[in-house]
Design a protein around this ligand. Structure first.
Ligand code: ATP
Ligand code: MG
Length: 658
C-alpha cells in the first residue's frame, strides 16, 4: 500500500449490550481503565486466575525485543490447570465434553474422566520415550482423544504439533520434518460426510519419509482395516492400560507448549511457537471475558477443528482452564442434513457459540428456514472468528441464530497472537455489524500509515500491535530471523526507525468516525485502482449486501487503464435466478449495486457467478488463487486448498467468459 486505505463504506446500525447481560457481566468498562492505568499489573491480575507452583518475579522481560518473556521465574503445569484443579475443587462429576460423533454416537466426559485419561496418556507417552522438550505430531479427527493427547503432552512438557486431519501426506510429512517429531498420534480414521475417512494410510506414507518418528500411536475410531508396522501401537492397548496415577511436574512459564503451523492463506505455513504461562493466561482470560462464561450454567461450543489455533485456545486451553462444559462435534455441518448444527445447539442447550464467517455465509446460502426449525433460545453470546464478517452476514447471524437478542462478538486474532486481541465485550460494548470494535483490555492495537503514524478516526491503513502481549508467539520454530523479518521489520525499531518495536499483523484495517476498528483483509489483497487503495473486504461486503448474493471474493487484476481492476467471484443465494439472460442481468445489477453502495471507483470490471470459492482447509477464501485465474496465470501453491476441483470449475468459467 502506498498511502492509506480508502474508507468507502459506512455503517450506522448499533446494537447496545442486553441489559441483563451487562448487569451481570464478568468484565466491565472499568477493566479498560485498570488496564490502561497499569497494563502489566492488569495481566498479572489475570495470571492469578491460574494455579502456579511458583510465583513469577517479573511480569514481562522485554529487554531483548522482539523476544519476549512473560511471568519470568514463574512455574506451573498446564494440564493441572485444565483438569486436576477442577477435580480437586469438587467438580469431578461436571461434564467437560459432550462429544457428538458424526454418525450420532455420543460420549459424555466428566472432569474426573478427563483426569484419568490424561494421566494414562501421560504415563504411556513417557513409556514411549517422550520427555520434556520433545515434539509430538497429532493427526486426529475431532474425537476426545485429540484433547487428551494435547493435554498429556502439556502435562509432561512435550510440545504438540497438531496437524489438521484433512491435510495430505505431504503437508503432514513436512510439518513432522520441520518440528523433528518423535511420535505421531493418529487414528484409523474419522467420520466425514457420512462415511469413514481413513487417516492411517496417510500417516504410513508420511512416516516413511520421516526417520525422526519412533512410534505411531493409533486410536481406533472407525474400525477400518489398517496396515500395521513395527512402529505402530494401539491407543487402547497402551494408553488405556497405563496407570491412572500421574503426578504433574511444573514447568517454567516460558517452557515451550506447542508449535502450530498457520493456515497457509498467503503462502508457505509458518511454525508458530507458543509457551506456557503467558499463553494460558490470555487463553483463559479471553474465554472468560469475551464469552462472559458462567461456569454453573453455560454450555460452550466452538465449531473449529482442533487443528487450528481456534481449536487450541477455545476448545482445549481456554474452556478447560475455566472448568467449562462444552460440546465437541466430529463431523460436517450438513451431515446427515443441513440443520445438524442447530440440532446440536438445541440438544445440548448451547449458550455460547463460536463459529466462522464462512459457515455463516454457507448457512445464508442454505436459507433461513433451516435454523428456524430449531429451538435456539439457549444461545446468549455468539462469536465469530477467522475472516472479516460482512455486515449482512453479521445481521443474518444475529437475526436467524441469535433471534435478535444474543450479542455478537467478532474476535480478531491470529495463530501468532495465541488468543483474542480485538473484540467487543458482550456486556460492555455497543456493537456495529462487521466491526471487531476495540482492543481488549491490556492489548494495544492501532491502525497506522506507511510511516507508523496512527491514522485519525475515519482513516485506514495497517493493523499493528504496539506492546507485547502474554500469548504472543515467541518465534517461528527454528527460524528466529524469519520471525523478525515477517512480523517486526515493517515498522519501528525492527525496520531501523524509532525505538518502539511494532508488530505488523499483515492485515489492513480502518478506524471509523467513532474510533471503532474494522478489519479489511490482508494487505497483500488490497487493490490499487486508479491510484486508490481499495480493500477487497469492502467490495465483498457490498456484494453480500445484495439479496441475491451469499458469498463473494474480490481480487485486483492488472488492467491497462486503471492499473488494477476489480474482478469479483460471486456465489448466488439458493433462491436467485442465474440462468442465461437472468444471469447477465444479475451481473449488471450487482455491478451497479456496488457502485451505488461504495462509489463508482469500486465498480467491478467483471463479475463471475460461481458455485464455490477456493478456500483453505480452515475455510478462508484464497484470493491469491483467484488473482492467478483473473490474470491468466498458472496457480501458485495449492497444498492448503480444500478442494482443487473448485479451481477447475472457476478457471473454465473464466475462459468461457461467463
Ligand atoms: P497464513 O498466515 O499462513 O497466510 P492465516 O493468516 O490464514 O494463514 P491464521 O492465523 O489462522 O492463518 O489466521 C489469522 C488471520 O485470519 C488474520 O491475520 C486475519 O487476516 C484473519 N482473521 C481472523 N479473525 C478475523 C476477524 N475477526 N476479522 C477479520 N479477519 C480475521
Ligand atoms: Mg497469517
Amino acid at each position: 500500500m502506498s498511502e492509506t486505505l480508502e474508507n468507502l463504506s459506512s455503517e450506522s446500525r448499533v446494537f447496545p449490550p442486553p441489559a441483563d447481560l451487562a448487569e451481570r457481566a464478568n468484565v466491565t468498562a472499568s477493566d479498560y481503565d485498570a488496564a490502561t492505568a497499569d497494563r502489566l499489573g492488569y495481566w498479572a491480575q489475570q495470571a492469578h486466575r491460574l494455579t502456579w507452583t511458583k510465583e513469577w518475579d517479573q511480569v514481562l522481560d522485554w529487554s531483548n525485543p522482539p523476544f519476549a518473556k512473560w511471568f519470568v521465574g514463574g512455574a506451573l503445569n498446564i494440564a493441572y490447570n485444565c483438569v486436576d484443579r477442577h477435580v480437586e475443587a469438587g467438580l469431578g462429576d461436571k461434564v467437560a465434553i459432550h462429544w457428538e460423533g458424526e454418525p450420532g454416537d455420543t460420549r459424555t466426559i466428566t472432569y474426573a474422566d478427563l483426569l484419568t485419561s490424561v494421566s494414562q496418556a501421560a504415563n504411556a507417552l513417557t513409556e514411549l520415550g517422550i520427555g520434556a522438550g520433545d515434539r509430538v505430531a497429532i493427526y486426529l479427527p475431532m474425537i476426545p482423544e485429540a484433547a487428551v493427547a494435547m493435554l498429556a503432552c502439556a502435562r509432561i512438557g512435550a510440545l504438540h504439533s497438531v496437524v489438521f486431519g484433512g491435510f495430505s501426506v505431504d503437508a503432514l510429512a513436512t510439518r513432522i520434518q520441520d518440528a523433528d517429531a518423535k511420535l505421531v498420534i493418529t487414528a484409523d480414521g474419522g467420520y466425514r460426510r457420512g462415511k469413514p475417512s481413513a487417516l492411517k494410510p496417510m500417516v504410513d506414507d508420511a512416516v516413511a519419509q520421516c526417520p525422526s518418528i519412533e512410534n505411531v500411536l493409533v486410536v481406533r475410531r472407525t474400525g477400518q482395516d489398517v496396515a500395521w508396522g513395527e512402529k505402530d501401537k494401539w491407543w487402547h492397548e497402551t494408553v488405556e492400560q497405563a496407570s491412572e496415577q500421574h503426578k504433574p511436574e511444573s514447568f517454567d512459564a516460558e517452557h515451550p507448549l506447542f508449535i502450530l503451523y498457520t493456515s497457509g492463506t498467503t503462502g508457505k505455513p509458518k511454525g508458530i511457537l507458543h509457551t506456557t504461562g503467558g499463553y494460558l493466561t490470555q487463553a483463559s482470560y479471553t474465554f472468560d471475558a469475551v464469552f462472559d462464561h458462567k461456569p454453573d450454567t453455560d454450555v460452550f461450543w466452538c465449531t473449529a477443528d482442533i487443528g487450528w489455533v481456534t481449536g487450541h485456545s477455545y476448545i482445549v486451553y481456554g474452556p478447560l482452564s475455566n472448568g467449562a462444559t462444552q460440546v465437541m462435534y466430529e463431523g460436517t455441518p450438513d451431515t446427515p442434513h443441513k440443520g445438524r448444527f442447530w440440532e446440536i445447539v438445541d440438544k445440548y442447550h448451547v449458550s455460547l457459540l463460536y463459529t466462522a464467517p464462512t459457515l455463516i455465509r454457507t448457512m445464508m446460502k442454505w436459507g433461513e428456514d433451516i435454523p428456524a426449525k430449531y429451538d435456539l433460545s439457549s444461545l446468549r453470546v455468539l462469536g465469530s472468528v477467522g475472516e472479516p464478517i460482512n455486515p449482512e452476514a453479521w445481521m443474518w447471524y444475529r437475526k436467524n441464530v441469535g433471534r435478535d437478542r444474543a450479542p455478537i462478538v467478532d474476535t480478531w486474532w491470529q495463530t501468532e497472537t495465541g488468543g483474542m486481541m480485538i473484540s467487543p465485550l458482550p456486556g460492555v460494548t455497543a456493537t456495529k455489524p462487521g466491526s471487531a470494535m476495540t482492543p481488549l483490555p491490556g492489548i494495544s492495537a492501532d491502525v497506522v500509515d506507511d510511516q507508523a503514524q496512527s491514522v485519525p478516526d475515519g482513516g485506514g491503513g495497517f493493523l499493528v500491535l504496539r506492546e507485547p502481549w502474554p500469548s504472543m508467539l515467541r518465534t517461528i520454530w527454528g527460524d528466529d530471523q524469519r520471525f523478525i523479518d515477517t512480523y517486526w521489520s515493517r515498522f519501528g525499531a525492527g525496520a531501523g526507525s524509532g525505538d518502539e518495536w511494532i508488530y505488523f499483523a499483515g492485515d489492513g484495517a480502518k478506524k471509523d468516525d467513532d474510533g471503532a476498528l474494522w478489519l479489511l483483509g490482508r494487505v497483500d489483497d488490497v487493490m490499487l485502482i486508479s491510484g486508490h487503495n481499495i480493500s477487497t473486504t469492502e467490495v465483498e461486503s457490498a456484494l453480500v449486501s445484495h439479496p441475491s448474493v451469499a458469498e463473494a471474493a474480490v481480487v485486483g487484476a492488472s488492467d491497462p487503464t486503471t492499473g488494477q481492476a476489480i474482478v469479483a467471484f460471486t456465489i448466488p443465494r439458493g433462491t436467485a435466478d442465474i440462468e442465461g439472460a437472468a444471469g447477465e442481468a444479475l451481473i449488471q445489477e450487482l455491478r451497479n449495486h456496488v457502485a451505488k453502495t461504495l462509489g463508482p471507483i469500486a465498480k467491478p470490471r467483471q463479475i463471475m457467478l460461481v458455485p464455490e470459492l477456493p478456500k483453505t482447509r480452515s475455510g478462508k477464501i484464497m484470493r491469491r488463487l483467484l488473482r492467478d485465474v483473473a490474470e491468466n496465470r498458472s496457480l501458485g501453491d495449492v497444498t492448503t486448498l480444500q478442494d482443487s476441483a473448485v479451481m477447475d470449475l472457476i478457471s473454465s468459467g473464466m475462459q468461457s467468459g461467463k
